[in-house]
Write a protein that binds this ligand. Sequence first.
Ligand code: ADP
Ligand code: ZN
Length: 289
Amino acid sequence: MMLGAVEAGGTKFVCSVGDETGKIIERTQISTTIPKETMSKVIGFFKSYELQAIGVGSFGPININRESAGYGSITSTPKPGWQDYPIVKTLEKQFRIPIGFNTDVNAAALGEATHGAAKGLDSCLYITIGTGIGAGAIVQGKLLQGLTHPEMGHILVRRHPQDTYEGKCPYHKDCLEGLASGPAIEERWGAKGVDLVDRTEVWELQAYYIAQALMQFVLILSPKKIILGGGVMNQKQLFPSIYKYLKEFVADYVYLPELADYIVSPGLGDHSGITGSLMLAKQALQGNI
Ligand code: ADP
Ligand code: ZN
């Protein structure tokens, strides 16, 4: 099976050609400018292959409701030109093959569940902590979807009593993303995360908020594995602090497996999203969406 995959991000689009086993044969990176320019490069890259399907894991929010007229579009993004942009229709018109479409984090969850840290499990949660915070979930073997896709990065958390930072989320100010994303770290502490490695208070506060979110996800979804990715999670010292706070917050109320095996880094490194997008292509081809 020759499949195409797009990891559509706000700064770059990663495009790959691969197969149903997750093997990547060719890969390219295209900057995200205006849709016409970016998409014509995406199309140009895929044109030289005989693809059977393409999967797209996209930044969002996106419309994944197949019954609605706007299915397959990016919806309310501040990125110029991308608002209501019909990414699926554009690819369908060019290639006339099945196009799979889901969020970037749902794609990453699918990649990790098929070939990564949650391989063989029928449930997992993938969370990215980067420019934004988002999560995708596999529940009973399927990507979690209701009215639309979940937006787990914007849940509310209890403020740390000493944290006076107002929060960075343009919609909710001090939601999880507003308090714990990369840009929130930078604004609160006046330096990028990568330059704050030795400031233990930075990572303690970070872990305090992440652990609260994890407690809620565990209580609501009961995932069999939790995968923490994104730029901020390069700070590996976060893991032990997250385990400590999660244990404290959950307080023996629910069963938690050994946390070092349960809450882990992506098994596929930086390739969770693109591998998952390949799997979205496979699902689209098999009509399994
Ligand atoms: P994006 O979310 O845009 O796809 P990333 O997951 O790389 O990209 O997230 C970028 C954010 O993560 C930035 O705010 C950046 O400061 C932060 N970040 C990237 N690398 C590190 C690091 N090694 N340590 C701490 N923060 C980092
Ligand atoms: Zn928010």
